[in-house]
Design a protein around this ligand. Sequence first.
Ligand code: UDP
Ligand code: MG
Length: 325
Amino acid sequence: MAAPRLTIIVPCYNEAAVLPKSSQVLGTILTKMIQSKQVNPRSQILFVDDGSSDQTWTLIRQLEQDNLIFSGLKFSRNFGHQNALMAGMQVAGKFADAVITIDADLQDDPQLIPKMVTQFDDGNDIVLGVRNDRSSDSTFKRWTAETFYKLMRQIGVQLVPDHADFRLLSHRAVQALMQYSETNLFLRGIIPQLGLPTSKLFYRRKPRFAGESKYPFKKMLAFALDGITSFSIAPIQAIMVLGIGVILISLGMLIYTAIRFFTGNVINGWTSLMMSLWFLGGIQLIGISVIGTYIGKIFAEVKHRPRYIIEIDDYSAAQQPQLVA
Ligand code: UDP
Ligand code: MG
């Protein structure tokens, strides 16, 4: 069997601080794989510049010039991590037999890349990198991640715990993924749903070696909420249960009041009245906000806006045969 053509996709948002090092590390690994004939000589590393405002794109262009192994894709503005991954896969998926996505900060072990390709050769369409040691992440980050995975499991979404966006996908898996046309993307949830042959590889997650995280708490929370509401209507069902609960409580209160009335013990009702007013108001507000979240999602989906806009695509340009003047 011919060696597969591999494209390594690296999303970059203001990563000028880490690019020189990560391009060197990834470049060395891929060059070795090409030399040992594990992958096709036309295998490449594709940087997706997600609308960076620093020197990221200049650096990518420089890399392209220095070595044909590097290629770049530039968004017109910041569209977010998941969209950068989708764009990389959509563009590279046309030419590559397999793609691997990895963060620019090398927190995920790039030494796993050759092993992922071996698993691909063994017939796996999806190879997931799973962190079996997160001691480099802060306690807070670990705790929030754990809570998130637990919650997702409880509401019935199958996620692979401690697998982020470090994975290999075969050409076939990329094509399958592209059929999911939703604007709101949560790759970690969709990929297990493809149902194609999958294997896992374990590694130790390292701390970011330079620059800072592009996922502050607010963004993480938004990402988690997106994950939940994209895959489950459990929150809406929970509201219904809550509503039924409140009705039962109010029925109880009705009976209580009736008994007091017939025993001639007329109550001074101000406290209970105020309590139920506030209580019900709160529940109604929660209910409206949950439903509103879903309607907002529907709104975003029906508009069917593009996930991203590519300003410059050096990758595809390099794949096309040169036009003869
Ligand atoms: N990233 C991106 N667009 C964004 C935010 C992040 O392309 O809007 C990239 C970022 O450059 C990095 C990867 O996504 O390659 C993961 O981000 P980061 O390392 O900051 O997240 P963390 O590891 O802290 O969760
Ligand atoms: Mg990181």
